[in-house]
Ligand binder design. Structure first.
Ligand code: AMP
Length: 397
């Protein structure tokens, strides 16, 4: 089965075509600047990356361009669009309505729309991608895979906030968690690599990318995670503040003469390691600047590692122990320095890092020594493959 995996943002659309039997990526790329001017990046499996500038007033034109590229007689990877058997859509917020992936129909679209006030930047954009594909790929089954679904197993004590219960009842104010597709994929993969039953492990997954979150997976179920109602809670991230005293929000807004939108913009886009360093949200820049003695870059890195370690500690408490700690995503897969600094706080759990193994990047590897009480692993995430697998599973149900 060939699955077209779509991850649609407000002005971009990332795609991959995956052959579900071999799990090979046949082609991948991105449409950028949709609604502005338009640019298609297309990379076939064994070919050169191509860049095409062409007008994309809406996502429908973007989807059409992707499909044209896929069946292009010279560089395409499909003979015809009939070779696309399913589309898997990344959908960000499924609220409490979706605890697993679903076959998309009009009722599902309405339910995702109803969750849009919880994810105003993401859900409408995701649905635009769904609509565009429905228009161009008539009759092809579409599956929605939610970032929040994996975390729907959290117990009430983990997901409720300490605010009036009526706000939960009336408005759905609670922790939902994100990166669920990645946390699920990585925790399962770790069990496979270790050849242990998934249902018997206590695993802590650190998804450390530009967006970052930690998840406690006990017996194959998410029981807590660091992101909340929105992806702003939890770790310090590339440009997001993570946890902060709610009173500081009002205090800063008054001092800076900002309204609610203004201060939320600061917390989402001008904070995190970027805001602290005043330099960059990219850990490659922070690493080189701190090596050159830049104090604020060093402070940003230190804060990031410290808070990650604190979350790991709290999730070890939540599960009364941990068998496995996994690092994944851009920083987690590539930055051995960050992994080492995070693990330096975890001696109390019996974590012992193998410094030689920790030099590895972007591959599946055990990072701890054989006598470490917790197995520390690098497991590269693959959200597209996870979406492809979900789509096949739902269609074959
Ligand atoms: P992601 O959101 O998972 O795509 O991660 C993107 C982030 O990963 C970038 O902003 C960088 O901070 C980080 N990153 C990517 N490559 C490296 C690297 N070689 N060393 C350190 N950090 C990296």
């Amino acid at each position: 089965m060939n699955v077209l995996v779509i991850n649609c943002g407000s002005s971009s659309l990332k795609y991959q075509v995956i052959d579900s039997e071999s799990e090979q990526v046949l082609a991948k790329g991105i449409c950028e600047r949709i609604g502005i001017d338009g640019r298609l990046v297309y990379q076939p499996k064994d070919g050169e990356k191509e860049l095409t500038n062409a007008p994309m007033p809406t996502h429908t034109e973007a989807v059409r361009m992707v499909l044209d590229a896929l069946v292009n007689p010279k560089t395409g990877v499909l003979k015809s669009l009939q070779e696309i058997d399913a589309v898997g859509h990344r959908l960000v917020h499924g609220g409490e309505k979706f605890s697993s992936s679903v076959l998309i129909d009009e009722d599902v679209i309405l339910a995702v729309e109803a969750c849009s006030d919880l994810a105003p930047l993401h859900n409408p954009a995701n649905l635009i991608g769904v609509r565009a594909c429905q228009e161009v790929l008539k009759g092809v089954p579409m599956v929605g895979v939610f970032d929040t679904a994996f975390h729907q197993t959290m117990p009430q004590k983990a997901y409720l906030y300490g605010v009036p219960y009526s706000y939960y009842e009336k408005y759905g104010v609670r922790k939902y968690g994100f990166h669920g597709t990645s946390h699920s994929y990585v925790s399962k993969r770790a069990a496979e690599i270790l050849n242990k039953p998934y249902e018997s492990l206590k695993t802590i997954v650190c998804h450390l990318g530009n967006g970052a979150s930690v998840c406690a997976v006990e017996n194959g179920k998410s029981i807590d995670t660091s992101m909340g109602l929105s992806p702003l809670e939890g770790l310090i991230m590339g440009t997001r503040s993570g946890d902060i005293d709610p009173s500081a929000v009002e205090f800063m807004a008054k001092k800076e003469n900002l309204d609610l939108d203004g201060i939320l913009n600061v917390l989402n886009k001008e904070s995190g390691v970027y805001g602290i360093s005043g330099l960059s949200s990219d850990f490659r820049d922070l690493d080189s600047a701190s090596q050159e003695g830049d104090e604020r870059a060093k402070a940003a890195r230190d804060m990031f590692c410290y808070r990650t370690a604190k979350y790991i500690g709290s999730y070890a408490a939540a599960m009364n122990g941990a068998d496995v700690i996994c690092f994944t995503a851009g920083v987690g897969e590539n930055d051995g320095g960050v992994r080492k600094d995070v693990c330096s706080y975890l001696g109390f759990l019996g974590v012992k890092l193998d410094e030689e193994a920790n030099k590895k990047r972007g591959e599946e590897v055990i990072l701890s020594t054989p006598d470490s009480k917790v197995t520390v692993m690098l497991v590269p995430t693959n959200e597209e493959l996870a979406i492809c697998r979900e789509a096949v599973a739902i269609i074959n149900q």
